[in-house]
Design a protein around this ligand. Sequence first.
Ligand SMILES: O=C[C@H](O)COP(=O)(O)O
Length: 311
Amino acid sequence: MPSRNLSAIRRLLDEVGPVDPTGIEERVAKYGTRSVKKAAKVFGLNLAVSMVDLTTLEGKDTPGKVASLCQKALHPHQGLDCPTTAAVCVYPAMVKHAAKIVKGTEVKIASVATAFPSGQAPLKTRLAEVKAAVADGADEIDMVINRGAFLAGELSLVQDEIASVLEACGAATLKVILETSELETYDNIRAASFLAMQVLRPGDFIKTSTGKTSANATLGNNQVMLEAIRDFYLSTGTEIAMKPAGGIRTAKQALTFLIAVKETLGDAWLNNQRYRFGASGLLNDLLRQLVKEKTGCYQAPYHFSESASSY
Ligand SMILES: O=C[C@H](O)COP(=O)(O)O
């Protein structure tokens, strides 16, 4: 257990306001009761497809698997007129292989640089990894924050590291992963969101999770971060984007997250420059639901490949 120095976090929360956890839980409980049908459902499903960062982050990833993933991102499902995904998300070693397929298309290449998922490497190693991924063709970098330093109250160190990674990104978009399950409280998630947003550029992201811990994105932590983005926008005019990631597997979940975005930030955030889903297993359920809306019939899961289209 890292030593705790909560006074710095409390001071930050005095500035930005604490979280009312009961209010958060009440708001997210309501999102699940909304009914989305017919044209609104098709609109939401296509929107969700366009927001997917189609992800493979496995030790056994190969150039071939990444090439198939890229084809899937470009052509999600034969016979279905749906958008491409927003991006593919891969380890730094795979960026150059993804670039051969998607560079110059509308599908971006995101890479989880900075010693993902732990972040436990010297800063100079993390920065070198970011620069190499960008040089290989990454359009977007997903970094992890230093959670040990955050919980120890070393907030300037955490913020300085984010600023250093941002500089190493150059023109690439930065997504700052808070790893919410390790931050323990909604107050800490709000404080970490502000810490990141204070050094980010408009259009950079805050992101919930790596997908590599036991707890992933939840409607609750998504809501805390959306409200932090709203409050930061209202006080500074800076539009920060949001990416929940990890454990989002079903169209129903994705539509509920989109209702949260619409009701918290409004239509201006309902596009893939302001909101993404980091997900390895969501796309096929979105496609399955779109086929159902088009044909009236559910297709079996085996009609939906993990790679290029098969329908
Ligand atoms: O950043 C994306 C996550 O690692 C994806 O997690 P997932 O495999 O649970 O969808």
